[in-house]
Design a protein around this ligand. Sequence first.
Ligand code: HEM
Length: 204
Amino acid sequence: MYELWFKELLHELDAARAAMSAGDAYWAVRYLHRVGAIEGVLVAQVGVLETMRPQDFLVFRSELAPASGFQSVQFRAIEFVSGLRDRSYLERLELNESERAMLERRLVEPSLWDGWGDLVRRHGSPTLQQIAADRDRYGELFEVAEALLDHDEALGLWRFRHVQMVERQLGSKSGTGGSTGASYLRTTIDKKLFPELWALRSAL
Ligand code: HEM
């Protein structure tokens, strides 16, 4: 079920990036709003898994190994298109040829931030500060930037809910994918997709 949502997310993220590259702020926002709605569903679904008690999870956990969230090719693709391009994750994945080709392509193709760059150029290359300061002129652009930030925030929220759930089920046990488990996952919570958009807040 999660993988189906990941597939839909990738589709919408690609559409948002293409709209930005084509200079179309209206459609970029529409697609990014759908991204946000899907991410809301993903975060809410964590609560369903948390109705499971840790003793009950342990009964089938050994049958999951070596399966792990590390094996989610689509999750890594979502990170890559969003601009988080850590190639070392490729070595942790067991990939068939077409999956490897897909991730290699996503490592080099334009990211959402590249799309944003195209959009801004088509509007005369104002800086983020100028966009924020003149919403009569750049309001549409500012809404795209805010929708990108929504995506960044939602992914962080998912990471946080996931690590809470993991700690609740496993405590400090290590993961079936070979990581240290919750303590590894906690190091990912603060990953930022668009640091420039976060930094803008301090500069306003
Ligand atoms: C009881 C439920 C779950 C437990 C105990 C659990 C546990 C873990 C652990 C320990 C890791 C770290 C990697 C490792 O060593 O295995 C991990 C990573 C991951 N899990 Fe889960 N998980 C659960 C449910 C889910 C669900 C429902 C998803 C759905 C998307 C998911 C997606 C991921 C992803 C994408 C990663 C990689 C995260 C990263 O590297 O940033 N997990 N999980």
